[in-house]
Design a protein around this ligand. Structure first.
Ligand code: WTA
Length: 710
């Protein structure tokens, strides 16, 4: 996906947006039952499966997921709640994720493709990597890491694009118990540097270059920026391991740094065919960190476990992605996000299927590229985001019909999908033959929380469906009272129980883990009973009478751009690094392709006049510190910000201005007169550029109206 279709971050502190401010948008849609041919082959086709996961069977119900894996030693305790809410799953159990995704398939799938890598240039042939070859490559890279002195519990940062070296590196780290932290390649070097520092990594793994939209990008330059940014925060990087897009030939212009930078192909040559025993890890040991940024500016390293996480992604891949070993499965997400970790690498490989990895943007060189790949590789399971679906629909609505591929199953993930877009996905991309799952979940949750079971439940456009197996959600109001189940009334969705895929903590910030996700509805901080610790997801939702949930979007100050979460505070703190800027406020603007885009308002310190240079400085700072996805659509330099009497910037008033909606009550502002000035300035400029949005839906209106509300 294009970088700007592919970025994220998120946030944290909980705003007080009230349940009344969230409302339902789309009208209720009809049902789409699975075709009989799908049901006949589905991993879950008997509704009785739900009975194995009812509340009275919790937590032992999840043993069924753990049993999909090979364990060196079985656990003593399924769920230990003694240090609530730091849940421990499968305590006493020992296993290795690399062994489960690679070694154990050698017996019967050695010559089957584990990964098929599709380079962006169509002139380059795809590469099929068998389980046997994957085994050899993972072992060799593990030998390299071991040689560097890395061992279980150490952290390593990857800043890698969509090339097969990335899953190889992840599985090599997992083999040794080294905790990997993969940073999305579209993020800037500085963003990678902050994450290196936060995790305390001493080794960075990168590549010289990769293709995006026809261009071979110099990626190595970002490694230099990352090392420098980490050093500013006191973290020294000893080694930068540089893969080469074309082994033996250096594709970047940025010079290698003597003593620090090493070509991986040179290192591998010294470890040909070397084998490294997988380390027997505790189920509760960390497998990886996945960063998502927060309102405070400091990113949150979501820590996922070896045993619980791998069990949960294996189980959900089996039942919700309906993966069978002989399927060819293609998830278009980037491995730099949680979707790629769970549903490109760990879930599919744990089940021994073939997982496709595509290097480039979906519409390169044209809008039919995905469909040609599907024909060429025989893809039968397809997984992507509403943003990509909207984009492919916009640029090539009739393309899928021209290609003879057949999907049995498709996924949408990351943001709410409009019913019209869902229907195009169903009819045009799926040709009316494929089931669709709309999977609701988060970086923090490891795997799906809400989705239809595709061989059992009919899909309903715009709704993710019921809770996933063993997940016990509820919708609560601000005071913690339960909104009656099935009432269609909106509130905050929570998960009442722990599940194996839930993250263990925020790396280095355990208090923030508790305060952001569990404190809101906990009445007794000393309780060790899981019933007292509902997980607060930060999303608004409704539940219809049929039990299906509809996710309405974030209830905190998060801007979901192309399915990825950007924290307002993070954006604003970058804008404030520009010398002339006194105040900054980031708000969402409704966008027909990307869902939301960022708009940034800044006011200047005394003595500075607005100029295009200052705008450019703010824009460049954001792209440099965060990445292209965060690039604001507009930067408005305003004389002052609308503020409350206590001095808080009223983001909802600014958001309304940018979206041409009603600014609501402004009588409580300290400076109400500024609102009209800003409105005139911004809206006349937008009119001039032809940037007036369409009429907004009720949910969109409510999101804007309550954005950052007190
Ligand atoms: C949103 C991505 C509606 C939601 C896996 C959530 C969704 C945030 C859906 C997590 C969906 C995710 N329907 N909204 N199917 N899936 N979201 O951490 O607001 O990048 O909280 O994880 O995306 O984004 P994240």
């Amino acid at each position: 996906m294009a970088d700007d279709l592919n970025d994220v971050t998120d946030d944290d502190e909980v705003s007080e947006s009230s349940e009344a401010l969230i409302a339902v948008h789309w009208r209720d849609e009809g049902y789409y039952p699975p075709p009989p041919e799908f049901v006949a082959q589905a991993n879950a086709s008997d509704p009785a499966i739900r009975e194995q996961f009812t509340e009275d069977k919790f937590p032992d119900s999840f043993i069924a997921y753990a049993d999909l894996l090979d364990w060196y030693k079985r656990w003593d305790t399924v769920l230990d709640t003694s240090n609530a809410p730091f849940w421990k799953w499968f305590v006493g159990g020992e296993l290795n994720a690399s062994y489960n995704c690679v070694d154990r398939h050698l017996a019967d799938k050695a010559n089957k493709a584990a990964l098929i890598w599709v380079p962006e240039p169509e002139s380059e042939a795809h590469q099929a990597i068998t389980y046997r070859e994957l085994y050899v490559r993972v072992n060799e890279f593990a030998a390299v890491l071991k040689d560097l002195g890395l061992k279980a519990g150490d952290r390593i940062t990857f800043h890698m694009p969509m090339v097969p070296e990335l899953p190889v590196a992840m599985l090599a780290a997992a083999r040794l118990g080294i905790v990997h932290s993969q940073v999305f390649a579209g993020f800037s070097g500085t963003a990678a540097g902050h994450r290196i520092a936060d995790s305390g990594s001493t080794v960075l793994v990168t590549i010289d270059g990769y293709y995006r939209s026809g261009e071979l990008l110099d990626h190595k330059v970002k490694a230099d920026e990352a090392v420098e940014a980490a050093a500013k925060e006191g973290q020294h990087v000893d080694k930068v391991l540089v893969f080469r897009r074309y082994p033996g030939q250096y594709s970047a212009k940025t010079p290698m740094v003597e003593g620090r930078d090493v070509f991986v192909d040179d290192l591998l040559a010294a470890h040909k065919a070397e084998l490294v025993e997988p380390v027997h890890l505790q189920a509760t040991d960390p497998l990886f960190l996945m960063y998502t940024s927060g309102t405070t500016g400091r990113p949150k390293g979501c820590q996922h476990s070896v045993g619980g996480y791998l069990s949960y992604v294996a189980g959900t891949t089996k039942y919700y992605q309906d993966v069978h070993p002989d399927d060819t499965y293609w998830c278009l997400a980037d491995i730099g996000w949680i979707t790629g970790h769970s549903y490109i690498v760990y879930g599919p490989l744990a089940l021994g299927t073939t997982s496709v990895i595509y290097e480039g943007t979906p519409n390169y060189p044209d809008a039919a590229r995905p469909w040609r790949i599907a024909v060429q590789l025989g893809v039968n399971i397809f997984h992507t985001s509403p943003t990509s679906i909207r984009m492919l629909r916009k640029v090539g609505p009739d393309e899928p019909a021209k290609y003879d591929y057949h999907f049995k199953h498709m996924t949408t993930v990351g943001e709410p999908i409009e019913p019209e877009v869902w229907k195009w996905y169903y009819e045009s991309v799926g040709k009316g033959e494929a089931v669709i799952v709309d999977t609701w979940w988060q970086t923090e949750t490891g795997g799906f929380l809400g989705s239809t079971l595709p061989g059992i439940d009919p899909a309903k456009p715009g709704s993710c469906g019921p809770a996933a197996l063993g997940i016990l959600p509820a919708i609560l109001d601000e005071d913690g009272n339960e909104v009656p189940a099935g009432s269609g009334k909106a509130g905050n969705i929570v998960i009442r129980n722990p599940w194996p895929g839930v993250f263990q903590t925020i790396w280095g910030q355990p208090e923030r883990f508790v305060s952001t996700y569990y404190a809101k509805y906990n009445k007794d901080p000393k309780s060790t009973d899981w019933h007292d610790w509902p997980y607060f997801a930060g999303d608004g939702a409704t539940q219809a009478a049929d039990g299906y949930f509809r996710i309405l979007g974030r209830v905190d100050d998060v801007i979901n751009v192309a399915g990825h979460r950007l924290g307002t505070k993070e954006l604003e703190s970058v804008a404030l690094t520009v010398n002339e800027v006194a105040e900054a406020a980031a708000v969402p603007v409704v966008d027909d392709v990307r869902g939301r885009v960022v708009e940034m308002y800044v006011s200047l310190k005394p003595g500075f006049a607005p100029s295009a240079e200052i705008e450019a400085k703010v824009r460049d700072a954001i792209v440099k510190d965060i990445g292209k996805i965060a690039r604001p659509k507009n930067i408005w330099i305003v004389p002052d910000m609308p503020k409350t009497r206590s001095g808080k910037i009223m983001r909802r008033v600014i958001a309304a201005t940018s979206n041409f909606t009603d600014t609501g009550d402004i009588t409580t502002l300290a400076n109400p007169e500024i609102v009209e000035k800003i409105r005139h300035q911004v809206q006349s400029a937008k009119h001039a550029k032809g940037e007036v949005p369409r009429e907004l839906s009720e949910a969109e209106l409510n999101e804007i109206k309550s954005f950052g509300a007190e």
